[in-house]
Write a protein that binds this ligand. Structure first.
Ligand code: PLP
Length: 413
């Protein structure tokens, strides 16, 4: 274990273990019905086997655990402790598979997520409540019922709220620092993050209350530039130094990119080296625990949405899932995914052409931002395998217009 890695108890404190085992159920695919997490998913040898057996007319979401395991393995060279951001894909099968690989700490953003992790893993999982805007009740429940010791804030009011609702000498509050986000597809600092001068004030305020202080940041989701991470680590070190505060924790967030087609993603090691380089520069003391909390980079490659063509009109394809379902991210014009046509009857078209792709609802916004390149004889009833859909897909589904993608299977489990 490297100098900056931590055990759950290191930050969470020994009290973290009480009461978590009480909730013994986990949520099902729709996030509402309580039922056992395991056994709910059927396993198939391949996507083609799903089609051969089910001939599905509803979308089928396929989870490939082997890909989860290899993404988790790639984070073993991160210079600290890797948490998983539950929001990215909270399916219990995903959480359990990651947990089995050794990712036993979780970034949670709501009481539901706190309870989900508690119900699956009891006190054996670390929970870090990193949403900078929390209700008092959720902080109280997180503290009293789940023993959470780690919280995030980006303003004085939230620091005071946490200090009032969650007490104890082992409490840690991290100040969320704003980053410029220019290298990311999804900028997160327009909503959360304190500028350096304010962060300095907050760090001192936290320490003045006898609470351990940390810094967290998020460089933005799908951040392609490794340098964004070192810049942010250096900024955090500079802020802590100017505040005169010794950091207990530095959380470098998520943002590590998934290797989507068209994105210039270097291997994960380059992003970790960028963090390690900035840590070596001396800005961060060795006693400080380093965390990261990726979502996308851990789960993106492990999900497939299998859709069917409902209608073809010229070069428009109408599918049974769209941006109000698991294809939410594909509304963005830069989002590309590998697609494969699986014809309903054998045909031999060798010519590919671009199709505009629409979802099943009546809303004109239910359209993908980039075309699918497919054999030109694609027709109603054909299936399309949309790969690399593991991130922000299941967690973003809606019931809009009565469509809901809730058929979930595993492949090669
Ligand atoms: C606080 C926080 N941590 C981690 C993540 C995960 O980010 P990503 O999926 O880009 O790795 C997010 C995403 O919104 C976040 O808000």
């Amino acid at each position: 274990m490297n100098a900056h890695a931590l055990s759950a108890e290191h930050v969470l404190g020994h009290d973290a273990r009480h009461l978590q085992g009480q909730i013994e159920t986990a949520f099902s695919g729709d996030g509402r019905t309580l039922r056992p997490a395991k056994d709910a998913l059927r396993n198939f040898a391949s996507v083609d086997a799903v089609i051969a057996e089910l001939k599905p007319s509803e979308p089928v979401f396929c989870i490939t655990p082997e890909r989860l395991r290899s993404a988790a393995a790639s984070f073993s060279s991160f210079p600290g402790t890797c948490l998983y951001a539950v929001k990215c894909n909270p399916h219990p099968f995903v959480l359990e598979t990651l947990y089995q690989t050794g990712i036993t700490n979780f970034d949670v953003a709501s009481l539901d997520e706190v309870e989900l992790i508690g119900s699956l893993f009891g006190s054996t999982a670390g929970k870090f409540y990193n949403n900078p805007a929390k209700t008092r009740r959720s902080i109280r429940m997180a503290n009293d019922l789940h023993g959470i010791r780690f919280y995030t804030a980006d303003c004085l009011e939230e620091v005071d709220k946490i200090a009032e609702e969650a007490r104890g000498s082992d409490l840690v509050i991290a100040v969320r620092l704003a980053t410029n986000g220019t290298d990311a597809r999804y900028v997160l600092s327009t909503k959360f993050g304190a500028m350096p001068d304010k962060a300095i004030h907050l760090l001192r305020h936290i320490r003045s209350k006898g609470i351990k202080a940390g810094i967290s940041f998020h460089v933005g989701s799908q951040c392609l530039a490794p340098g964004a991470f070192s810049e942010a680590v250096e900024l955090a070190g500079d802020v802590a130094k100017r505040a005169g505060v010794e950091l207990a924790v530095l959380n470098v967030g998520g943002g590590f990119p998934a290797p989507y087609p068209g994105d210039d993603v270097v291997g994960p090691g380059h992003y970790f080296k960028s963090v390690a380089r900035a840590l070596r520069n001396g800005a961060i003391p060795r006693s400080c625990s380093i965390l990261c909390e990726p979502g996308r980079a851990l789960v993106a490659t492990a999900g497939i949405t299998l859709v069917q063509v409902v209608m073809r009109r010229d070069h428009n394809l109408f599918l049974n899932d769209g941006v109000f379902g698991t294809l939410q991210e594909l509304g963005h014009s830069k989002e590309r995914r590998p697609v494969r046509l699986i014809p309903s009857k054998p045909r031999v078209s060798a010519t590919y052409t671009d199709f505009k792709v629409w979802g099943p609802t009546c809303d004109s916004n239910d359209v993908l931002g980039a075309p699918f390149s497919l054999p030109d004889d694609v027709r109603e009833g054909d299936w399309i395998e949309v790969g690399m859909m593991g991130a922000y897909s299941l967690s973003m589904r809606t019931h809009f217009n009565g469509f809901f993608a809730d058929k979930i299977v595993t492949i090669g489990a």
